[in-house]
Design a protein around this ligand. Structure first.
Ligand SMILES: [Zn+2]
Length: 113
């Protein structure tokens, strides 16, 4: 089983700290990276604000296409690329966040947290 690592400083976390679990529920993030918890919350809210209306809009605009292909398959056609875009955006923002964090905590990197 893969060991989960902190997305910011790279220390090993418990194996329950899965990558896409809410960081607010993981003690390491709450204690060591409260700003990461905040950052992630912002990201999720941004995502909800921008992504969901887009998906709903596209789905409605293509309602007849959906009937043609069948709704579940059509939704998966939308959601899979969307999920891919989201993961890429998250990783890109995370890289920036981690850089900032490393700059401001040069000695904390890879120490136990
Ligand atoms: Zn960390």
């Amino acid at each position: 089983m893969r060991v989960a690592r902190c997305q910011v400083c790279g220390v090993q976390l418990s194996r329950w700290a899965l990558r896409f679990r809410n960081p607010a529920r993981i003690a390491h993030y709450r204690n060591i990276h409260p700003d990461f918890v905040k950052w992630n919350g912002h990201f999720v809210r941004k995502l909800m604000a921008s992504g969901l209306p887009l998906i709903v809009g596209v789905a409605f605009a293509n309602y007849y296409l959906a009937q043609l292909y069948g709704l579940p398959r059509y939704l998966s056609l939308i959601f899979i690329p969307y999920f891919y875009i989201v993961v890429r955006a998250w990783r890109r923002d995370l890289a920036r966040f981690r850089q900032d964090w490393t700059k401001s905590h040069p000695s904390d990197t890879l120490s136990q947290g």
